[in-house]
Ligand binder design. Sequence first.
Ligand code: EPZ
Length: 422
Amino acid sequence: MDKLIIHGNIPLQGEVRISGAKNAALPIIAASLLSPAPVRICNIPHLHDVTTIISLLGQMGASLTLDERFNIEVNASNVNCFHAPYELVRTMRASILVLGPLLGRFGEADVSLPGGCAIGTRPVDQHLKALQAMGADIQVENGYIKAKTKGRLQGTTIVMDIVTVTGTENIMMAAVLAEGQTAILNAAREPEVEDLANFLNTLGAKITGAGTSTIVIDGVKELGSGTYHVLPDRIETGTYLTAAAITRGRVKIKDTRPDILDSVLLKFEEAGAHISTGTDWITLDMKGNRPRAINISTAPYPAFPTDMQAQMMALNTVAEGTGMITETVFENRFMHVQELQRMGAQILLKGNTAICTGIDKLLGAPTMATDLRASASLVLAGLAAEGETSVHRIYHIDRGYERIEEKLSQLGARIQRIPSKD
Ligand code: EPZ
């Protein structure tokens, strides 16, 4: 397994371009199953998770062509297999996103239960309960979700017990071709949910309210073709902003959207960063100063995103003062803490809160990535630490960050990928 070697304590500076959002690209590619016509999706990030969902759709009979810029054309007119196998789903939970489209268009789906992952049990009960309310017959057996509908799904009012991003997305996709109107109450408001709705409306769907907690979908008979440009990745943006803040440097982030990062930008200002923004760019400048500790409580959008929690924890480890970070979304998203402690971080865990007393300098060490955002946090800590840090099992990071060592090197980081011998 590849590893990253980082020589830290270098203030980063320069410009970096943001890729398309992983968590928008995945549902949008899955949603292309809903149309019998070819659709073109641009600004897709070149990530392992994207390759996974592309091969999943290919196994179902969709034909997918990619150009040199990784723009994708999907033609789902010949989809004839409605099976998402465990071998594939276990490597990427987001495969559950084919469930709604398969049921909505073909009335049939046989999708492996995603199972848990490092950050939590991550059940899909909300997805299944809502689909049953729309008339699907769902059996869960031998680790698979076997779902069927007689004719089209029926529109209805769904109240989500929990705010769930992919749960909202699955129901929205299932409702697009359903009979009548579906209202999703207590819907997730993430920008990626809105991006999915915009994509579906481009193909002829009738969705209103995406981005708010009430989404209304009027079922249509069939979707057509279209071209769509995926929105920039707000979590990748936040990660590079953290790289500049933790090394007391300055960075200009391009091809991004500051308007979907309010909660994160405000926290960087609290940490003492000087932030300026334009339509598609953000600059962060620490003016060489040490960051101040910040308090965070993660929650669904527009509150502070859980996907930025590990990165801000790394920032707190070298900040002035004591910061408290509470994780309210996932039950086990502190896997990065023990690895940061091995670099000298002073972090005390009390339930779902991490109390971190900043130290002046972390010391480089060999570390192990456990999940996507935890691995980003270890890279960030390595950028700030004295000496050499190695981050093992970086396949985790390759799932969500396109060319991370290239983009960080552009900012002056001393970082290299060591391919594994095995
Ligand atoms: C999406 O995951 C993202 N993934 C995650 O990003 C992100 O952390 C998460 O939303 C929260 O923002 C994609 O969009 C592909 P949830 P998702 O359903 O949809 C519980 C990353 O790093 N829940 O909003 O799986 C669940 O256990 C990844 O890019 C139920 O109990 O998250 C969790 O505690 C990690 N029952 C909470 O809700 C359900 O049926 C929120 O989960 C569904 C969810």
